[in-house]
Design a protein around this ligand. Structure first.
Ligand code: PGA
Length: 252
């Protein structure tokens, strides 16, 4: 059985005090919600304080990005060791905003995934097509490239520590969600890629999260899909009430 995951990606929102206040308030909600894993991804500046507040609770803390080198002359970057030091257990890699705002490539995603795994961090690897790519019928081609290149060279045991997030770029922050059926179709395709690259057990076990304008009103329909194992949520993860409603999604 795949345990569902509800993850909040706070992007460039929240001060240290706001992050700590949020974690303190969501801890009892996560404690009661035995049906799913709860993860929050604060900005770098609030990671250590959020992780301290979350210590001993059922709230796990993820970073939103990481560099592949252990240390070095990389202005503005953060290493796996620094994330562990801050108390992170997970790291989001290859988010579409990193790919499109910062030109992050599949090869860089691959280096980051390998570095995270080597350090003992659990990667949440994002894939997803642009609207123009979907309209040209290239969704599967794009997902396949991102998956195959982004996860190249990993073994099945490595892969078992990864979660994949399918986030169609046209649905992120636009209010335009993929229908549950559209999302499930993409998830089925990603599960098929997993089977081909890492085997049947990996395909059965991998948690594939959907992301893109998930909110309390549509999370139930998405989570009802057998293929959808969780949600990676931006906007609707920023308010405690809304995130609590996502954790306790209809049907949970
Ligand atoms: P959104 O963002 O929920 O605001 O669409 C999702 C994401 O980018 O992870």
């Amino acid at each position: 059985m795949r345990k569902p995951v509800i993850a909040g990606n706070w992007k460039m929102f929240k001060t240290i005090a706001e992050a700590v206040d949020f974690v303190d308030k969501i801890k009892p909600v996560a404690e009661k919600a035995g049906h799913c894993e709860v993860i929050v991804a604060p900005p770098f500046t609030a990671l250590a304080a959020a992780a301290k507040a979350a210590k001993g609770s059922k709230v796990a803390v993820a970073a939103q990005n990481v560099h592949w080198d252990k240390e070095g002359a990389h202005t503005g970057d953060v290493s796996t060791g620094m994330l562990l030091d801050a108390g992170c257990t997970h790291v989001i890699i290859g988010h579409s905003e990193r790919r499109h705002d910062c030109g992050e490539t599949d090869e860089q995603v691959n280096k980051k995934v390998k570095a995270a795994l080597a350090a003992g961090l659990a990667p949440i690897v994002c894939v997803g097509e642009l609207l123009a790519e979907r309209e040209k019928g290239e969704t599967e081609k794009v997902l396949e490239r991102q998956f195959v290149v982004g996860l190249a060279g990993l073994t099945a045991p490595d892969f078992s520590r990864i979660m994949v997030a399918y986030e169609p770029v046209w649905a992120i922050g636009t209010g335009r969600t993929a229908t549950p059926e559209m999302a499930a179709e993409a998830h089925r395709f990603i599960r098929g890629l997993t089977r081909r690259q890492f085997g049947e057990d990996a395909a059965k076990g991998v948690r594939i999260l959907y992301g893109g304008s998930v909110k309390p009103e549509n999370v139930g329909g998405l989570m009802a899909q057998e293929e959808i194992d969780g949600a990676l949520v931006g906007g609707a993860s920023l308010k405690v009430d809304s995130f609590a409603a996502l954790i306790n999604y209809p049907g949970a």
